[in-house]
Design a protein around this ligand. Structure first.
Ligand SMILES: [Mg+2]
Length: 330
């Protein structure tokens, strides 16, 4: 069989449950990644984590795997938002969600190119009448009258009562409190990570940002009799896959709009409802590979609800499979 030309395929890696478990590498992951890099195979890391920025995530993964990871190949759930920064311009962007960035969630958004960013907490402190029962001893902030252009839910909010109240108020306005939006929603809402729950040590799964958004849209509908409009950026939603394609296209052709014709993108993931569902919906040129080292730990041959194109034991086996499918000599 004829060998395919190098560069006619690319690999998208999920991180947790595929390459690492928390702070530890998954056996074989380092060697598998090293082999891929030594052959200069185009690749990108796509994770739903939004608590840090691309550089910090690349650095932590580099340390765990002892392989250099280029931050340009690191796509977090909020990374595609970078493409919205110009359109929002100087309008104020309110952000909520727990973050490990030294400058909080605001720092993450500034790193994506947003010029005018404020946390929903600071915005609420400038408008204390929005939360009549909240005590703010010694805390005073000037009221904010700037036009709000967008709200970003980066990760799980910390104070749900405050955020639910303030975000329903802002999203139902023209962008200025007290001025109703009218028939169409004026303030954009971007949701980075839509996970309903997340795993945490020794307790049942905790509510994630997806659970918060469900509450927000219910309250918004009850108050305004309109559906809340929003765009989701993390997996399994399509913006994550379109952005990954643009990053891979730059690696493969130098142009973000041009993947090589006939190119196949292999997505390796451990979570059927996120990694596999998203790749299966991303187009015929995407092939999903489910590994058994993370969320999917069933003895079943495949996931029933979101079956992958291929199921293998681990990331090393996934890369061997890709070589075989692509007729590449190892
Ligand atoms: Mg995972």
């Amino acid at each position: 069989m004829a060998k395919r030309k190098a560069g006619s395929y690319a690999v998208v890696f999920d991180i947790d449950g595929v390459l690492v478990h928390g702070p530890k590498p998954i056996p074989g992951a380092k060697e598998a990644l090293n082999g891929l890099m030594s052959k200069s195979i185009p690749h990108v890391f796509v994770t739903n984590n939004g608590m840090v920025d691309e550089s910090a995530k690349a650095e932590s993964l580099s340390k765990i795997l002892t392989e250099p990871i280029d931050p340009k190949r690191m796509q977090l759930c909020q990374t595609p938002l970078r493409e919205q920064a110009d359109e929002i311009g100087d309008d104020l962007v309110l952000v909520t969600g727990y973050s490990m960035h030294p400058d909080g969630a605001e720092g993450v958004l500034r790193g994506l190119g947003f010029k005018n960013v404020m946390s929903s907490t600071d915005y609420a402190a400038g408008h204390p009448h929005l939360l009549p029962n909240k005590k703010r001893p010694g805390e005073t902030r000037p009221a904010v009258h700037a036009q709000v252009g967008a709200v970003v839910i980066l990760e799980t909010p910390v104070d749900w009562h405050e955020d639910l109240q303030v975000l329903v108020d802002v999203l139902g306005s023209s962008g200025r409190l007290g001025e109703p939006a009218g028939s169409t929603q004026k303030v954009k809402l971007f949701v980075c990570n839509f996970d309903f729950t997340y795993a945490w040590a020794n307790v049942a799964p905790r509510f994630g940002p997806g659970a918060f958004v469900r509450c927000l849209e219910t309250l918004f509908y009850q108050l305004h009799a309109k559906n809340l409009e929003y765009i989701c950026y993390g997996k399994p939603h399509s913006p994550a896959y379109r952005y990954a394609e643009r990053t891979l296209a730059i690696q493969m052709t130098g142009q973000p709009a041009k993947l090589p014709s006939g190119c196949t993108i292999y997505a390796i993931g451990d979570n059927p409802t996120s990694d596999i569902r998203g790749a299966n919906a991303a187009g015929a040129h995407w092939k999903s590979i489910l590994v058994r080292t993370g969320v999917f730990d069933s003895e079943a041959a495949n996931d029933e609800q979101d079956p992958a194109d291929h199921v293998v034991e681990n990331v090393d086996a996934a890369l061997h499979l890709i070589s075989k499918l692509e007729n590449i000599e190892e």
